[in-house]
Design a protein around this ligand. Structure first.
Ligand SMILES: [Zn+2]
Length: 229
């Protein structure tokens, strides 16, 4: 098989995971995630996406702070920043994703689970993909959070990220586990922050029951204050 065919086949596997788990999550959390697609990471597109988010953020911040749109001078300065940082951004994106690993990112319009194939050799495609179900559900869980809390990554601090990742991990590693086929493995090797987030969620669910999961994206801040007292 050619590289393109291998890539297409891999993307197909993720799309099947999306199609299988999206309705389950939508029913459980009573949300509509809209159309979600699987696609390969294209560096230029990814950078554009980040800059589009940056522009949105600049607009929101200026509106909140000064009650008006950014001035044309401010836009020109931002445009210049973009031009200067674009090549650097491309290089960093390559460096960041230059691993023969499954790295997924969720973006919007349409919502997509993106896989970086940068640096993959043909044999990387042959590696067993027993964790794909879990990883796909993890990304979908981020979308669930987004729908429930109606917020975006860019607006938040580290505590939000810990809760947000914890939620995605709890959903994918614990609460959806019984939906996975028996040959599926669940990856447990996560960084400290991710583990911490998952533990915060687990403690809350143990205390309040499974139904409490749905309220976390909207109420994590209060729970976080309670947990740190
Ligand atoms: Zn995540």
């Amino acid at each position: 098989m050619t590289r393109d065919e291998l890539q297409r086949e891999f993307i197909g596997k993720i799309q099947r995971c999306i199609d299988r788990y999206q309705p389950i999550l939508e029913e459980q959390f009573r949300v509509d995630l809209g159309r979600v697609v699987a696609k390969p990471l294209i560096v230029g597109e990814f950078i554009d996406h980040c800059f589009a988010k940056g522009r949105e953020q600049l607009r929101r911040e200026t509106l909140a702070k000064h009650g008006r749109e950014p001035t044309s001078l401010r836009w020109a300065m931002y445009r210049l920043e973009e031009l200067v940082t674009r090549p650097l951004g491309s290089m960093l994106t390559y460096a960041r994703f230059w691993f023969p690993e499954f790295i997924m990112k969720s973006v919007s319009n349409p919502s997509a689970v993106i896989v970086s194939f940068l640096g993959w050799s043909k044999s990387d495609f042959m590696k067993p993909t027993v964790c794909l179900d879990q990883w796909t559900v993890h990304e979908l869980a981020h979308n669930v959070w987004c729908c429930l809390a109606n917020d975006e990554f860019e607006d938040h601090d580290r505590r939000w990220r810990i809760w947000n990742e914890g939620f995605a991990h709890y959903v994918a590693d614990v609460s959806m586990r019984h939906h996975y086929p028996s040959n599926v493995e669940v990856d447990t090797d996560w960084s400290g922050d991710r583990e911490d987030g998952k533990c915060l969620l687990a403690a809350h669910i143990q205390d309040q029951g499974k139904k409490a999961l749905i309220s976390i994206p909207g109420s994590w801040r209060t729970l976080d204050t309670a947990a740190s007292e």
